[in-house]
Ligand binder design. Structure first.
Ligand SMILES: NC(=O)c1ccc[n+]([C@@H]2O[C@H](COP(=O)([O-])OP(=O)(O)OC[C@H]3O[C@@H](n4cnc5c(N)ncnc54)[C@H](OP(=O)(O)O)[C@@H]3O)[C@@H](O)[C@H]2O)c1
Length: 268
């Protein structure tokens, strides 16, 4: 149920962080993997590991925001592997971080291009292949910021909310064609994207105050959820959002009440 033997997976943003962990986890459970990012060197290193695991790897240098490049990347994958079973739309990031009033039109356009245009381009290119195959699993990497609001990252939060919405619509549109579309919604995960936050003790402690599990997630935490959604264990699951946030969005106010009880601030 959890294996991906004989399947082909394309992961965007596969050179580091969450995408790298997803690509390696898929290879570990039997998939051939197409690895995509703009920089080629780091992708080659991931490809070597995939091949050491006994799977085929394809390195795709591509800007996920450019529709022509995306179409070519999907065509190359199908030409190389003969089919495309799973697409993971992982490439993304903040770009800007700061007060909404300082966000420029350029910052906003960049956020849409990287986090939403890329998903739209890939869903169109890969969706065409999968609908024709009458099978496939599309997995979009959203964010808890698309579920709740995030001050100082409002542009990113708005665009990630759109990714969740697109996931649900496409899931319904393609369900009868055998194509599933789901979203993974991570909380705080330690990667290069969040290094400035996880690397500063005070900032990190402040952020974890809202996380009942009181820890940062690892890229592998996200990879496990993607492997589950990619394969037959989730064959009835479409249009869902699987949240991996240590309980952050399950509570209003985070673990503050627990802290106060433990400190004896609330008489019981
Ligand atoms: N880290 C977190 O706490 C967190 C939480 C929730 C959601 N997420 C989401 O998870 C995803 C991965 O984040 P991460 O933390 O692993 O980020 P990361 O460490 O910065 O990695 C980003 C990856 O995307 C690639 N990339 C960036 N721009 C690209 C483009 N235009 N075209 C193709 N590839 C591109 C990068 O390679 P190149 O630079 O070589 O292109 C890299 O492989 C993102 O969608 C992010 O929004 C992250």
């Amino acid at each position: 149920m959890f294996g991906l033997e004989g399947r082909t997976v394309l992961v965007t943003g596969a050179s580091r962080g969450i995408g790298r962990a997803i690509a390696l986890a898929c290879a570990e459970v039997g998939a051939d993997v197409a690895l995509l990012a703009r920089g080629t060197d780091a992708l080659r290193e991931v490809a070597e590991i995939v091949e050491k695991l006994g799977r085929r790897a394809l390195v795709l240098t591509c800007d996920a925001g450019d529709e022509d490049q995306v179409r070519a990347a999907v065509a190359d994958t199908v030409a190389q592997f003969g089919r495309l079973d799973v697409l993971v739309n992982n490439a993304g990031g903040f770009g800007f971080a700061g007060p909404f009033l300082e966000l420029t039109a350029r910052d906003w356009a960049d956020a849409i291009r990287l986090n939403l245009d890329s998903v739209v381009h890939f869903c169109r290119a890969a969706g065409r292949v999968m609908v024709r195959q009458r099978s496939g699993s599309l997995i979009n990497i959203g964010s808890v910021s698309g579920v709740g609001g995030v001050p100082m990252l409002s542009h990113y939060a708005a665009v990630k909310a759109a990714v969740v919405s697109l996931t649900r619509s496409l899931a319904a549109e393609w369900a009868a064609s055998g194509v599933r579309v789901n979203c993974v919604v991570p909380g705080w995960i330690t990667t290069e994207l969040t290094r400035a936050m996880s690397g500063q003790e005070e900032v990190s402690e402040g952020l974890l105050r809202a996380v009942p599990a009181r820890r940062w997630g690892d890229p592998e935490d996200v990879a496990g959820a993607v492997v589950y959604l990619a394969g037959d264990a989730a064959k009835l699951t479409t249009g869902s959002c699987l949240t991996l946030d240590g309980g952050m969005t399950s509570t209003i106010g985070g673990p503050t009440l627990i802290d106060m009880l433990e400190m004896g601030r609330i008489p019981v």
